[in-house]
Design a binder for this molecule. Structure first.
Ligand code: NAD
Length: 553
């Protein structure tokens, strides 16, 4: 109880301001970002240490969390804390430019890398699922994904429609930590969004943060409203409380074909993340506890149906794509042979950006003061005046994005741009234009940091989808370059056995040492992506490689 009480207090209020509670700003940053991940305004289920993405956790359990907090507070500037699947296991001597924390989450020897084996280990308290930014302490709430989702729908609109989604009906499901960004990203692209989620509280949470506009409890009424908004060219989003398959079935029965169709339920996790049809949320939660095997069986059956419905709507004309939750992979596992007839969002829309080293670059203001982020916004617009879509994004983000936890911003920047921005942020801190250091990081869903054959590396030009040397090299080069903390994870996004990926965070504390590290790390990190894609044969990546002299000498 003592642990519970003291933790609850700590988690409720991420430390802010310009006073150190650790022995250096890098340790302080790790502490604040860890607690920020678990802030009730940020995390999906902070009481269980779950940040987002099914059971993506920031620490293995409450005891481990207490020990991490203590270790960070005592950590010297020449020491490194080691985290093994969410538990601190040692502090070893390193040096001032080395990462202060090294994290490995959910790694299993490939032959044993099954969900079932992982679940057994988790039950025994030996492992934790780190998802991507949950276990690597750089999750910034749903905003983190809004930009990526905005980029995806914007790329889709440019490819298939005029240039935006005006007058289109966009159907999806799953309004959790990541999926909750979909309605906002769609309306920012001027389309209508109709999204299903079985859990009412999720939709209510999105209403509170202004990511969704309306909630509905009646599928037909929701469909009718969405069609009216489409006709009137109104950019409005509706969340309907139902199972995804119920919404798609009504669309099929009424022969209504959405313009675009995708899904972001947590299909990567059939037991904890996905809800089978025919059960209320309470019944499902009870079944999950009482008879997990039966739950999983029902989950798979619903996922198979879900994909079949998507395939049918695709046949009728909906632009259909997988949104990185491995729904197709699950359906294939239970015999839906043509599950991969609709593409994943990366090969369909995002890969050309990866080839330029672009990806979800983000930063947070450790002061907790939104004004610091507005300063960085201003700076970004000054640094990249020619980038019109960046201007549009920052303007819309300022208007529509409610900060959760520490104020943060995300924008997709590429090779060359990230180091430029990082150095400029460091100068902002040095010049006292912001009240405390800025933390810079990115999602693991990035250009050079992930091997995930059903998602980021689906359908690579040279067939190297499953080659995982790249994320390992990424973690190693970020460690060698002096990132503030580096993480290597398994199973993020698509589930155990399906992906290996790395994360990095670098702190701009205004010092000269930080500037040197930032220049190295923010150059090398996207460079891994350019090199990876050039190696696979992509022309855009080869051009970027030449332009930035990233190749062999
Ligand atoms: P989450 O667990 O926070 O939320 C999932 C939501 O789906 C929950 O609200 C749940 O109620 C709902 N849900 C589950 N089954 C459902 C069903 N059958 N019908 C209707 N609703 C259902 O997860 P999240 O963080 O939002 O992530 C969602 C998925 O997207 C995960 O699989 C994640 O790995 C993946 N993801 C994709 C990207 C990307 O960029 N494409 C990025 C991160 C995560």
């Amino acid at each position: 109880t003592n642990i519970e009480e003291s933790l609850n207090l700590k988690i409720k209020q991420t430390p802010t301001g310009s006073t150190l509670t650790c022995k250096g700003w890098v340790q302080e940053a790790a502490l604040r970002m860890l607690l920020n991940n678990l802030d009730p305004d940020v995390a999906e289920r902070p009481e269980d240490l779950i940040v987002y993405g099914g059971r993506g956790k920031a620490a293995r359990n409450k005891e481990a969390l207490v020990l991490i907090i203590k270790a960070l507070k005592n950590l010297e500037d020449d020491e490194t804390l080691l985290i093994q699947s969410g538990k601190p296991v040692g502090v070893l001597p390193t040096h001032k430019d080395a990462p202060r924390v090294l994290i490995s989450n959910s790694q299993l020897v490939p032959k044993w890398a099954t969900q079932q084996h992982f679940d057994e280990l988790e039950d025994k308290g030996l492992m934790m699922y780190g998802q991507m930014t949950a276990g690597s302490w750089i999750y910034i709430g749903s905003q983190g994904i809004v930009q990526g989702t905005y980029e995806t729908y914007s790329a889709l609109a440019k490819k298939h429609f005029q240039s935006n989604l005006k007058g289109t009906l966009n159907v999806t499901a799953g309004l959790g930590g990541m999926g909750g960004a979909q309605p906002l990203a769609i309306t920012m692209n001027q389309g209508v969004c109709l999204a299903a989620d079985v859990e009412e509280w999720r939709i209510k949470k999105r209403l509170e943060t202004r990511y969704i506009d309306e909630i509905s409890y009646d599928i037909d009424q929701a469909i009718d409203k969405a069609l009216t908004y489409k006709k009137e060219n109104k950019a409005i989003s509706i969340g309907v409380v139902c199972n995804a398959v119920e919404l798609l079935q009504r669309l099929l029965d009424r022969n209504i074909v959405p313009d675009t169709l995708t899904d972001q339920t947590s299909a990567h996790d059939p037991l904890i993340g996905y809800f089978p049809e025919g059960l209320s949320v309470e019944q499902a939660n009870a079944l999950r506890k009482e008879n997990p095997d039966e739950y999983i069986k029902r989950s798979y059956a619903t996922m198979a149906k879900h994909v079949q419905q998507m395939l049918e709507l695709q046949k009728r004309g909906a632009i259909t794509f997988d949104y990185g939750n491995n729904l197709r992979g699950r359906a294939l596992e239970v015999g839906v042979k043509n599950a991969f007839d609709f593409p994943g969002f990366v090969p369909a829309y995002i890969r050309p950006l990866f080839c330029e080293g672009k990806g979800p670059f983000r930063w947070a203001a450790l002061s907790g003061d939104p004004q610091d982020i507005y300063e960085t916004d201003k700076l970004i617009l000054e640094l990249f005046p020619e980038n019109e879509s960046l201007r549009q994004w920052i303007t819309m983000a300022q208007e529509r994005i409610a900060f959760q936890g520490l104020p943060a911003r995300i924008c997709w920047l590429g090779q060359g741009e990230r180091e430029k921005a990082g150095l400029a942020f460091n100068k902002l801190v040095a010049d006292g234009k912001v009240k405390a250091p800025i933390v810079i990081g990115r999602d693991h869903l990035d250009t050079g940091s992930v091997a995930s054959p059903n998602r980021e590396t689906e359908a690579m030009l040279d067939g190297s989808d499953a080659v995982a040397d790249w994320p390992i090299l990424n973690a190693l080069i970020n460690t060698a370059g002096g990132a503030s903390w580096v993480s290597l994870h398994h199973g993020g996004g698509v589930g155990i056995g399906y992906s290996i990926h790395a994360g990095m965070v670098i702190v701009a504390d205004g010092t000269e040492d930080a500037a040197i590290r930032i220049k190295r790390v923010l150059h090398n990190d996207p460079a891994m992506g350019v090199i990876r894609h050039a190696d696979a044969g992509y022309d855009i990546a080869k051009d970027t490689l030449r332009e930035h002299r990233l190749g062999l000498k």
